[in-house]
Design a protein around this ligand. Structure first.
Ligand code: GDP
Ligand code: FE
Ligand code: FE
Ligand code: FE
Length: 195
C-alpha cells in the first residue's frame, strides 16, 4: 500500500495512519479492497492507476464520523440543508469530501467528485466515478447474492456494471421500504434502463 505525493502534501504513511484511526479495522480492510479493485478497473479501462488507488482507499474515510459532527458541518459549511433529512449512508460521500479535504489534504476535484458520488451514483459519471462506485460494490470482501455476476459484468463492461449496481440498490431499498435519494433514482433512470 503506497500513495505517491501527487494528490496530497501528506506522506503515504500519514494518509494511511489517519484513515486507520478514523474507522474500524473491518472498514479499513474494505477500503484496502476497494483501492486494489479500483486499480484493476483502472487498468482495464485505461485510467490512471495511482489516482484510482487513492480515490478507492479514501472513499469511505468519513463513514464513521459521528452524526453530531456531520450535522454541524452541514449547517456551517455551505451544504444543502436538505441533507439534514438524510443520514450517514448519504452523508459519508457527499459531505465526506469535506473531511477528506480537511484531514487528508486532498483537493483534486476528480477524486473528490468520485467520493461524493460513490454511494448514490449520478446522472453524469466520469471514468473515475464509475471505477470507485463499482470497486466499492465488487471488492473481494463483498459477499452478497449476485456479487459474482456483478464482478463478471463489471470486468467485461464498466457502464453495464453501473446499471447493474443501481438496479440492485433500488431493489434493496424498495424491499426495505427505505427512502430513495433523488440522485440515486435519477442515476437509475440513466444507467439501468434497457434500450
Ligand atoms: P459502503 O459505504 O461501503 O457500505 O457502501 P455505499 O457507500 O455504497 O452505501 C452505503 C449505504 O447507502 C448502503 O446501505 C446503500 O444501500 C445506501 N444507499 C444508497 N443509495 C441510497 C438511497 O438512495 N437512499 C437510502 N436511504 N440509502 C441509500
Ligand atoms: Fe461508502
Ligand atoms: Fe457503493
Ligand atoms: Fe465503501
Amino acid at each position: 500500500l503506497f500513495f505517491a505525493k501527487t494528490y496530497s502534501p501528506l506522506s503515504s504513511a500519514e494518509i494511511i495512519a489517519r484513515e486507520q484511526s478514523n474507522m474500524t479495522a473491518d472498514r479499513f480492510e474494505h477500503c484496502v479492497g476497494v483501492s486494489q479493485t479500483a486499480v484493476r478497473l483502472a487498468e482495464l479501462n485505461h485510467y490512471d492507476q495511482d489516482k484510482a488507488a487513492l480515490a478507492g482507499f479514501v472513499h469511505d474515510y468519513a463513514k464513521q464520523v459521528p452524526v453530531s459532527e456531520y450535522r454541524e458541518v452541514i449547517k456551517t459549511q455551505g451544504f444543502d440543508q436538505d441533507l439534514l433529512n438524510w443520514n450517514r449512508s448519504i452523508w459519508h460521500g457527499i459531505v465526506g469530501v469535506y473531511f477528506i479535504q480537511r484531514d487528508l489534504k486532498i483537493n483534486d476535484e476528480e477524486i473528490l467528485t468520485a467520493v461524493s458520488r460513490h454511494t448514490t451514483a449520478d446522472v453524469e459519471m466520469t471514468t473515475l466515478d464509475k471505477i470507485v462506485y463499482m470497486a466499492d460494490f465488487i471488492e473481494p470482501g463483498r459477499s452478497f447474492p449476485g456479487v459474482e455476476e456483478a464482478r463478471k459484468i463489471t470486468y467485461a463492461n464498466l457502464n453495464e456494471g453501473v446499471g447493474y449496481q443501481l438496479a440492485h440498490t433500488l431493489e434493496f431499498l424498495i424491499e426495505k421500504r427505505n427512502k430513495i435519494y433523488p440522485r440515486t433514482l435519477n442515476a437509475y433512470n440513466v444507467w439501468s434502463i434497457k434500450k
